[in-house]
Write a protein that binds this ligand. Structure first.
Ligand code: NAI
Length: 286
């Protein structure tokens, strides 16, 4: 049988999660996605109404099939962690079983196991604030949604990830170089995510022969990136200064993810792989 992938962080057809889903589908994988609860309705409605049909098209002409969409909020590990006001919130009370533990249980009940886990989500409520102006609450929220969410997903899904399986998360060079404007603790969150990629690669490699890698992606005008406010400038900067002067396509990140979770990369784990037209290698912008 083909492999089965769970991709957390797909809520439209613009982001890296969608592109990774497509690349995995094109390689024959069965696709399950986890969609942030507040975005679930519009995503499912758009899917059903055919709004994404053009972008669902795969190289062989067929349309990517998303076998199941699971509501997910990756800042809550289990139902005991959910505050009353969130439980009562209309957007949340309309669906159920969206904490990480419950989603892993649902996937287990529905499909038994998975081979590939993708984390393509981030959130930093104070991302537009400089680090120096970031509140403790905002900083911890960025780490919770963007870094710990990966630990939690891996922990809860690990029992159903088949031996030899692989995971991918998405990071950004602001973790290691100064990118003014990527604030709110998001740079710190990406640094944590990359460090955790190494430590978790060791832990789950030894435990279950599962691989853990991250892709450090160049700028893409996704929904999340537009919320930061300067994504168009970053895209122009990359175009002007990277070794490869071309647009960075989400598809290129998708293809690298498909490689990294495939047997072609069976000895690659604990790595952060740049997919950024080479911009990371520049020492002086030219
Ligand atoms: P996106 O908007 O397509 O993906 C972010 C997703 O996270 C959204 O679907 C959102 O609904 C979801 N999300 C937010 N909070 C959540 C929560 N608590 N629980 C579950 N889902 C939640 O945007 P993009 O840019 O494709 O982001 C995917 C990953 O790529 C992120 O980790 C981002 O930091 C990373 N990345 C993006 C770059 C860019 O320029 N767009 C550059 C480098 C990395």
């Amino acid at each position: 049988r083909g492999k089965r992938a769970f991709i957390a962080g797909v809520a439209d057809d613009n982001g890296y999660g969608w592109a990774i889903a497509k690349a995995l589908a094109a390689a024959g994988a069965q696709i399950l996605v986890g969609t942030w609860v507040p975005a679930l309705n519009i995503f499912e409605t758009s899917l059903k109404r055919g709004k994404f049909d053009e972008s669902r098209r795969l190289p062989d002409g067929s349309l990517m099939e998303i076998v199941k969409v699971y509501p997910l909020d990756a800042v809550y590990d289990s139902i005991e962690d959910v505050p009353e006001d969130v439980k009562a919130n209309k957007r949340y009370s309309g669906s159920s079983n969206w904490t990480v533990q419950e989603v892993a249980e649902s996937v287990k009940n529905d499909f038994g196991s998975i081979d590939i886990l993708v984390h393509s989500l981030a959130n930093g409520p104070e991302v537009t604030k400089p680090l120096l102006e970031t509140s403790r609450k905002g900083y911890l929220a960025a780490l919770s949604a963007s870094s710990y969410s990966f630990i939690s997903l891996l922990k809860h899904f690990l029992p159903i990830i088949n031996s030899g399986g692989a995971t991918i998360s998405l990071t950004y060079i602001a973790s290691e170089r100064i990118i003014p404007g990527y604030g709110g603790g998001m740079s710190s969150a990406k640094a944590a995510l990359e460090s955790d990629t190494r430590v978790l690669a060791f832990e789950v490699g030894r435990k279950k022969q599962v691989r853990v890698n991250a892709i450090s992606a160049g700028p893409l005008g996704s929904r999340a990136a537009k919320a930061i406010g300067f994504i168009e400038k970053m895209i122009e900067y990359s175009y002007a200064n990277a070794p490869l002067q071309k647009e960075l396509l989400a598809e290129e990140v998708g293809n690298t993810a498909a490689f990294l979770v495939s047997p072609l990369a069976s000895a690659v784990t604990g790595s952060v792989v740049y997919v950024d037209n080479g911009l990371n290698a520049m020492g002086l912008a030219m």
